[in-house]
Write a protein that binds this ligand. Structure first.
Ligand code: IPE
Ligand code: IPE
Ligand code: MG
Length: 246
């Protein structure tokens, strides 16, 4: 099966967002500890990033750690943060070689210092790359992000820098951590769960949602191609009727 050949290069989504889920269950299936699943998830990140860049996707956002994930057992959180530092150090060279820019969304200043530093270093070292932007959602919460934007705008209004009437979709979008990034046309979640788990609530208002049973560590280039073929077969009506958009 060659899904790549079925992709219409003229109708690619500019931005694909992925909720990488199922690492723990994948590990359990293999009779291994949860961390083994996270480690194998890194391979899927590498492969998906490469596939997206090769296709010409402009933005790939990966949900790597939610604000709610701090509630997991301390050993798992520590292992995840460690894995993140290790992966960043290992992969920055590859990102540069492939001309991929790294960015992050979320309350990243609250990450452990070492993780925060590795992330900022990766962002700095790849900032001039132009082929694709890889956005990592880390300590991310959509509700947090929306509240932050509301607070920021309220403060600006209080200082009379803006009027309340100025707050429109454009200004609000520019106050989110995703400022400058187009909304994802396609949002994928692996592992069979069908929920957003506090991810991109504003930005996904009109995203095409795709839920797949595959556990994240098993996600491959072929799965990404299939997702894009599925996306391209959908009619995006944005509230209108078929005859208006066809
Ligand atoms: C996703 O896999 C990775 C993170 C949330 C960091 P999970 O760890 O949630 O795996 P499951 O859902 O328990 O299988
Ligand atoms: C969502 O997955 C967060 C990430 C993929 C980073 P979770 O596994 O944490 O989500 P819930 O708890 O099942 O909703
Ligand atoms: Mg999960």
């Amino acid at each position: 099966m060659d899904s790549k050949a079925q992709i219409d290069p003229g109708k690619l989504p500019r931005h694909i967002a992925i909720i990488m889920d199922g690492n723990g269950r994948w590990a359990k299936q293999h009779g291994r500890p949860r961390v083994f699943g996270h480690k194998n998830g890194v391979r899927a990140v590498r492969e998906t990033t490469e596939a997206a860049a090769e296709l010409g996707i402009e933005y790939l956002t990966l949900y790597a750690f939610s604000t709610e994930n701090w509630g997991r057992p301390r050993t798992e959180v520590t292992a995840l943060m460690h894995l993140l530092v290790e992966t960043l150090h290992k992969e920055i060279g590859t990102l540069n070689k492939n001309n991929i820019r790294l960015q992050a969304i979320g309350d990243i200043a609250k990450l452990p210092a070492k993780t925060h530093r590795a992330l900022l270093d990766g962002i700095e070292r790849t900032k001039n790359n132009t082929r694709m932007t890889l956005v990592l959602a880390l300590n991310y919460s959509a509700k947090w992000e929306i509240l932050e934007a509301a607070r920021q705008l309220a403060a600006q209004a209080q200082r009379h820098e803006i009027e309340p009437e100025d707050i429109d979709e454009t200004l609000f979008s520019q106050s989110l951590t995703t400022r400058g990034i187009p909304d994802p046309e396609l949002l994928i979640r692996t592992s069979g769960e069908a929920r957003l788990s506090n991810f991109l609530l504003w930005q996904a208002a009109y995203s095409e949602l795709l839920f797949t049973e595959i556990f994240w560590p098993d996600f491959s280039k072929e799965h990404l191609y299939q997702a894009i073929v599925d996306f391209q077969g959908r009619e995006r009506r944005f509230g209108k009727i078929s005859e208006q958009v066809g």
